[in-house]
Design a protein around this ligand. Sequence first.
Ligand SMILES: C[S@@+](CC[C@H](N)C(=O)[O-])C[C@H]1O[C@@H](n2cnc3c(N)ncnc32)[C@H](O)[C@@H]1O
Length: 274
Amino acid sequence: MPVLSLWQQWRNQVDFTINQLIQWKRAGYQDTWEDKTPFFEEFDFLKATEAELVERYPHLRTMEQRSSLVRYLMNLNRALVCEQLLTLAKSETHYSTMLEVGIKNGEMLDGLWAVCHERLSQDVSLTGIECDMWRISDGLHSRWDKAQYYSQHLPNTSIIAGDAGQHHGRYDLIWFFLPFVFPETADAWGFPRSLYHPAELFEHLITQCLNDGGLLLVTHQVDEEAQALRALLSTPALSSSLQHLGTMELSQPFTTHHPQHVHIGQVWRKKKDA
Ligand SMILES: C[S@@+](CC[C@H](N)C(=O)[O-])C[C@H]1O[C@@H](n2cnc3c(N)ncnc32)[C@H](O)[C@@H]1O
């Protein structure tokens, strides 16, 4: 194994352990509002899509009033992605509890919440979990500080700092945007190898956390990751309890650097008698 890779793994582990010990919290985090008009004047082909999205999901209009340009665009993309995945699942009703695994700092919870609140249930309840929650970033705030700030505007939403592989709770929907399925990707992200167990993690989520009849909705950066996850979920025990509802390219047109970055999405349903 190259020395550089070993060094990176060691550094990731040390950073993670120190952050877990300190559990840094600092009050006062706020997103800074920015005027979105100049952006939509420059990229005026996006105006109509934004207007339609905000019409379908009014929460996005509210979040625009307290968000930076980049965070607003991220949440427009996230809302579109969630909408596309729910359409793939052909699901409109009767789901109300959901878990998002790997929320990072919670900056895109709004987009998810906005869509699920309109399409699934007005009483939707959302739990966001992140195992590397104590990382400190700009402004000397941890991901925890930011997740608290972003989630305070979302009714029935709670945030957990912890490993989803150890989490106990039952949900109708489990969302996982960009899970690590290759160790090199996890290393490059700064993720500790001690927590990198994708097969065990997905098995736990499906067998212990997903309700019968519930949905697992996942996105990936590239098709190889989508294939790798399908391979992980093809063990006899899991494949007999899951129905793969499909894989699709996900459009994410809202970006300050064009052309847009397309992701891959896939959805499974846990069989009722699993
Ligand atoms: C590639 S990042 C994606 C972050 C975010 N979901 C997004 O769409 O930008 C994967 C995230 O999943 C988190 N994660 C990975 N394994 C986890 C686990 N077992 N429990 C909780 N979070 C986990 C990582 O810490 C990281 O923040």
